[in-house]
Design a protein around this ligand. Structure first.
Ligand code: NAD
Ligand code: MG
Length: 388
């Protein structure tokens, strides 16, 4: 027996940066949300705590070795515990929830999210890689199933909010703002020596490891350009990147009369998470407010494409389409994890991605299986370069 006005949430990737912040939001609004599914890769301790607190229907642990411990810890509850990648995909189509928060990092989020869309679930999408890999199929399926895909990524949430009430008004362009990451203003002679600890320090946001590295290389902004293309049905020349180090303007939309709307606020992912879960209603909160009198300046500059070549590669993938973004994403995942394990240097990441993009066969309009194959080929080629 469910209370009709309570939204039943499935958090895929509940132990991550987005997942834990979503649970903070949900905990403050038991009258609006219930938690029905929690999933994690290997963080058994945390998912056990979360399950004991939120009492979902189902917990899925992706990694086999972590299953027994979670199962035992929840033995005296009525929480069902499943294990493995297949289970992750299967529970995505279960009846027990209304909205999936897609907060798994990387390609691993694709299949569960696609299953959820096919099952008619609303999607609050944090996992941008899903759209980078197979945005055409994801968005086409969402339209067919009449499923809303509500962005959680702060820039896309900003654009989404700017577009409310503008259904009949064509967009001239969107301006994706970027903080520039920890290495803003640096040149290759500096970047060649940076190590993981330094690259993980983001000036404005605390995030998972992979997206932190993507922010340092500006690949994150490239992924976000591709994400914007699919979410808002834009052509590549309608998507502009602007460095805005203070992260107060989360992004902007320019309409055909030259008028520009911006969405602003303090940088806090709980805001776009809450907006996506509450949509179409805004939820009152008491988080710190923006005080314009205390903001010293809002500044803007062009991205340095010569130094941050990952962004250039992503623009190439955006322009060329087909499976190129899928190939790039796979190579980037391999390169980022190699960098995080101190196997390759910061600038080597670009090299791995570029060589993989040049190597794996281009397909103009891939099927879903062809996307899976391109992903696999790109991963093994990138791993070969690194000799993983
Ligand atoms: P994270 O690394 O902190 O968390 C990732 C979650 O996914 C964890 O729960 C982990 O257990 C799970 N996971 C990882 N690999 C998995 C696998 N192979 N199978 C199943 N589960 C797996 O990442 P995050 O920073 O929370 O980011 C999640 C997604 O949200 C990413 O796609 C990221 O780009 C996007 N995003 C994050 C932020 C942010 O502020 N953190 C902002 C915008 C967008
Ligand atoms: Mg973002």
């Amino acid at each position: 027996s469910q209370t009709p006005h309570i939204k039943r949430i499935a958090i895929f990737g509940s132990t991550g940066s987005i997942g834990t912040q979503a649970l903070e939001v949900i905990a403050q609004h038991p009258d609006k949300f219930s938690v029905e599914i929690l999933t994690c890769n290997g963080n058994d301790e945390l998912v056990i705590d979360q399950a004991l607190k939120f009492r979902p229907n189902i917990v899925v642990v992706a990694e086999d070795q972590k299953y027994t411990k979670v199962k035992e810890a929840l033995a005296n509850t009525d929480v069902k515990v499943f294990v493995g990648e297949k289970a992750l995909e299967e529970v995505a189509s279960m009846d027990c929830y209304d909205i999936m928060l897609a907060a798994i990092v990387g390609y691993a989020g694709l299949k569960p999210t696609l299953n959820a869309i096919n099952a008619g679930k609303a999607i609050a999408l944090a996992n941008k890689e899903t759209l980078v890999v197979a945005g055409d199929i994801i968005m086409r399926t969402a339209v067919e199933k009449r499923v809303p895909v509500i962005p959680v990524d702060s820039e896309h949430s900003a654009i989404f909010q700017c577009l409310i009430g503008e259904m009949r008004n064509p967009v001239e362009k969107v301006i994706l703002t970027a903080s520039g990451g920890p290495f803003l203003g640096r040149k290759p002679n500096y970047l060649v020596n940076v190590k993981r600890e330094h690259a993980l320090q983001h000036p404005n946001w605390t995030m998972g490891a992979k997206i932190s590295i993507d922010s340092a290389t500006l690949m994150n902004k490239g992924l976000e350009m591709i994400e914007a293309k699919w979410l808002f049905n834009l052509s590549p020349d309608q998507i502009e990147v602007l460095i805005h180090p203070q992260s107060i303007i989360h992004s902007m939309v320019q309409f055909e009369d030259g008028s520009i709307k911006a969405q602003m606020g303090l940088p806090d992912m709980k805001l776009p998470i809450q907006y996506a879960l509450g949509f179409p209603r805004r939820i009152k909160n008491n988080y710190p407010r923006t005080d314009f009198k205390k903001l010293k300046e809002l500044s803007f500059e062009e991205p340095d494409l010569k130094t941050f070549k990952n962004l250039t590669l992503a623009m190439e993938a955006l322009n060329k389409g087909g499976n190129l973004a899928c190939i790039m994403n796979a190579a980037n995942e391999i390169a980022v994890y190699a960098f995080l394990r101190n196997r390759i240097g910061f600038l080597d990441m670009t090299d791995v991605i570029e060589r993989t993009m040049n190597k794996v066969a281009f397909i103009e309009s891939p099927t879903l299986d062809e996307y899976f194959e391109s992903d696999g080929e790109a991963r093994s080629y990138a791993a070969d370069i690194i000799k993983l």
